[in-house]
Design a protein around this ligand. Sequence first.
Ligand SMILES: N[C@@H](CCC(=O)N[C@@H](CS)C(=O)NCC(=O)O)C(=O)O
Length: 222
Amino acid sequence: MASRPKLHYFRGRGRMESIRWLLAAAGVEFEEEFLETREQYEKLLKDGRLLFGQVPLVEVDGMMLTQTRAILSYLAAKYNLYGKDEKERVRINMYADATLDLMMMVVGTLFKSPAEKEEDFALIVTRAKTRYFPVFEKILKDHGEDFLVGNTFSWADVQLLEAILMMEELNTSVLSDFPLLKAFKKRISNIPTIKKFLQPGSQRQPPPDSHYAEVVRHVLQL
Ligand SMILES: N[C@@H](CCC(=O)N[C@@H](CS)C(=O)NCC(=O)O)C(=O)O
C-alpha cells in the first residue's frame, strides 16, 4: 500500500490549506510535519528537499513536490478530481486559479497591522462580490447543475467552497446576493468527506493569529 502523503508547513493555513482541503475532499489520510523552528526549515534546505527553497512541501509517491499550484493539480489528477478531458481540466484550472488568487489576498495580509488588515479585508470582500462570486453564480445558473464542471465533483468545487467559507469569515453576509452559491455551499458542505473535514478536530486550520505570524517570521527569518 502506498504511504500517506506527508505535508511540511507551518501549523496554519497559508499556502498549504487548499492542499489539506483537496486531500480531505478526496478522502485521503495525510501526515503533517509542522515547522516550528528555524532548524527544521534549515534541515529541509540542507537535505535539498525544497526545490526553490520554499514551502509548501508535499512528499508523495516518492517525490518532493513544491509550488502550490503544481501540487494541487497533481493531487487533483491523482485522486480523480480533475475532470474527464483537457477541456474540463482547463476550466477547472481557471476556476481554481481564480479562487486561489482570491484566497492569496487574505494570506498576503499576515504581517499587516489590525487597521491595515481591516482595510484590506473590506477590499477583498468587495473583490469577491464583484469579480469572483458573480462569475461562479452565473456558471451555476447557466448550466443548472450541481457542480462547476461536467456535473462531477472536482477540485474547482472544493476550492470554491474553501473560498466561500473564508470570505464569510470576513463578512457573514458576503453571499446575500448569490442564492445559487448559497445552495452550492450547503450541497458541497454535505459531501461526506467535506462534512468530516468541517467538523472540529479535523486537520483544517483556523484563521491565522498573531502567534502563527510570529512563528512564520521566526522560521523564515523575515
Ligand atoms: N510560488 C510558491 C511560493 C511559495 C512561498 O512563497 N512560500 C513561502 C512560505 S508561504 C516561503 O517558503 N518563503 C520563504 C522564501 O521565499 O524564502 C508556491 O506557490 O508554493
